[in-house]
Design a protein around this ligand. Sequence first.
Ligand code: ADP
Length: 227
Amino acid sequence: MILLDRVTKTYGKDKKSALNRVSLHVAPNEFVIIVGTSGAGKSTLLKLLTREEKPTSGKIVVGGIDYDTLHDKFIPLLRRKIGVVFQDFKLLPQRTVYENIAFALEIAGMTNHEIKSTVPKVVELVGLVGKENKFPHQLSGGERQRVAIARAVVRQPKILIADEPTGNLDPKHSWDIVRLLEKINKYGTTVLLTTHNAEIVNKLKRRVITIEHGKVVSDQAQGSYRQ
Ligand code: ADP
């Protein structure tokens, strides 16, 4: 599903690499946690996957798409395969829950009819039935993150990238979000989760990839958080 072969990323004229010859493979349906201190290179790795950044050298293949031969006009197609959620939700404040989710389908060119049948299913999946007409400011942090997740998965991406999704949430809401990510993973989406939350990492017992100074320093099947 995701393959990186000796990927290096150096920003600008900086000699120091944000990522330094990183190789890794993530199989379809895996749930992978990526940890590492601030500045380790996690965001750079995720930006390379979404093609926000291009590697300085090395090979990236995602869902059968070889980034070396990926023309810019196919980037929207690639992004349809990859849903992304962030720590700060990035919802549209003037739009309701329903409209925030529907927007992702509108820009993909779906008909109103398709939108009306698709949005309720994903609202149900993320547990927001009854909140469709609320605006983001009327929701708790955990609920806002559910909307962001709904929007990220509504087009049924193959991969869901969750970049510190619990960073703004209290422990209870954090666990609700992690359980939701597990549910989405169970339905067949590969999940990449970055987090600084040691308790979540240690309790989940999932594959943990630790990045430090731009290198993968450990990759454990049922990993734990290394400080
Ligand atoms: P993390 O997400 O683990 O905190 P990042 O990938 O954001 O790490 O950063 C890795 C390194 O790359 C850091 O030294 C950071 O300062 C540098 N870096 C990240 N983005 C840029 C950028 N756009 N321009 C220059 N340097 C950057």
